[in-house]
Design a protein around this ligand. Structure first.
Ligand code: NAP
Ligand code: ZN
Length: 353
């Protein structure tokens, strides 16, 4: 074991603060990574504050962070894909059994023995996993991704969660040219959703509660922007969408969006609000509409997404912050004051924090 610098939350109500954590020494299949950048996902905030106490209760101290880009500093003797100096990435998972039906099909995210990057039982240390708000991490090479060399490493970090979480359901639900696609919420996930839906050739409509984001949404290549609090603007789109991706982090009325789907249309939830959502059965019955959800994506699909981003030159729109500003960043997330992903520059952790 060795000591790594990190930022952790000590309880649901305490701000994140500087700490030291123990990381394992690399095993023969492990890659040790110096973390250069880590995105701030709204899930980090939900988890640090124990807002998912029912499904994923938080174990403290909690070191969040699952949008990691860094440089390889050491490789185990059996590592084949990576060498010292490579720019690599780690997303929301760091392990799975590799033998079950889901793993064999490339769906590690559904493996019953999958390990999330933070706040999950750590098979190596016996404690919980610690995430990317840290100066280094050790991960089995199966869960390490290659970052295309033309992408800015800081802008690429959010692809590891916000990117794959929006890319994967669009593929699953067949977003292509000619489809009308709605994206709900212009945050970290939503802005990646707009970029991907546009790159896949769809007609993209962005729904926002923030009128001041309209120009940005158009710049990000939404074809239309709807202010969702305006009932008349919403009504114009009734029964017209093939697919809607809901990336909202807080309580909201999804019935307003179900009614906008055409026959056999699908509304896919990627947002994970603290409180349960309610659904009117009639919004599903009429039009044989469906409601689905989607968590992140498999490892092969994550690499496919990164390569797609390399080919189309897609990265997140980011605001780089020093780690000492992480608590301010959380407050700004709650005020919808982020354009459109905070990314921690981990050089700021080196000075002693
Ligand atoms: P974010 O950057 O904070 O964006 C959330 C957006 O939701 C806001 O920008 C805002 O968009 C909208 N919103 C916020 N409060 C709202 C309210 N009261 N009513 C309506 N709209 C509201 O968050 P994020 O990082 O993109 O994450 C979004 C959600 O996805 C979170 O719940 C997160 O935990 C979840 N998530 C899920 C997965 C998964 O695997 N499924 C992965 C990552 C994250 P406008 O200002 O445009 O309205
Ligand atoms: Zn995330």
């Amino acid at each position: 074991m060795y000591n790594a610098k990190a930022f952790s939350a000590a309880s649901a109500s305490s701000p994140l603060a500087s700490t030291t954590i123990a990381r394992r020494d690399p095993t023969e299949t492990d890659v040790q990574i110096e973390i250069l950048f880590c995105g701030i996902c709204h899930s980090d905030l939900h988890q640090a504050r124990n807002e998912w106490s029912g499904a994923l209760p938080t174990v403290y101290p909690c070191v969040p962070g699952h949008e990691i880009v860094g440089r390889v500093t050491k490789t185990g003797s059996a590592v084949k894909k990576f060498k010292t100096g490579d720019v690599v990435a780690v997303g929301c998972m760091v392990d799975s059994d590799g033998t079950c039906e889901e793993c064999k099909a490339g769906f590690e995210q559904f493996c019953h023995n999958m390990t999330l990057t933070y706040n999950f039982p750590d098979k190596h240390t016996g404690g919980v996993t610690y995430g990317g708000y840290s100066d280094s991490v050790v991960v089995d090479e199966r869960f390490v991704l290659k970052v295309p060399s033309n992408l800015d490493p800081a802008g690429a970090a959010p692809l590891l969660c916000a990117g794959i979480t929006t890319y994967s359901p669009m593929h699953h639900w067949g977003v292509t040219k000619g489809k009308k696609v709605g994206i709900v919420g212009l945050g970290g996930l939503g802005h990646m959703g707009v970029k991907f839906a546009h790159a896949l050739g769809a007609h993209v409509v962005l729904f926002t509660t923030s009128p001041n984001k309209k120009d940005d949404a158009l710049r990000l290549r939404a074809d239309e922007v709807v202010i969702s609090r305006n009932a008349d603007e919403m009504a114009k789109h009734a029964g017209s969408f093939d697919f809607i991706l809901d990336a909202v982090s807080a309580d909201h009325d999804i019935n307003a969006y179900l009614g906008l789907l055409r026959r056999d249309g699908n509304l896919c939830l990627v947002g994970a609000p603290e409180k349960p959502l309610s659904v009117s059965a009639f919004n599903l019955l009429f039009g044989r509409r469906s409601l689905s959800g989607s968590p992140i994506g498999g490892i092969a699909e994550t690499q496919e997404m990164l390569d797609f981003c390399g080919k189309h030159n897609i990265t997140a729109d980011i605001e780089k912050i020093p780690i000492q500003k992480v608590n301010d960043a959380y407050e700004r997330l709650l005020k919808q004051d982020v354009k459109y992903r905070f990314v921690i520059d981990m050089a700021s952790l080196k000075g002693g924090a």
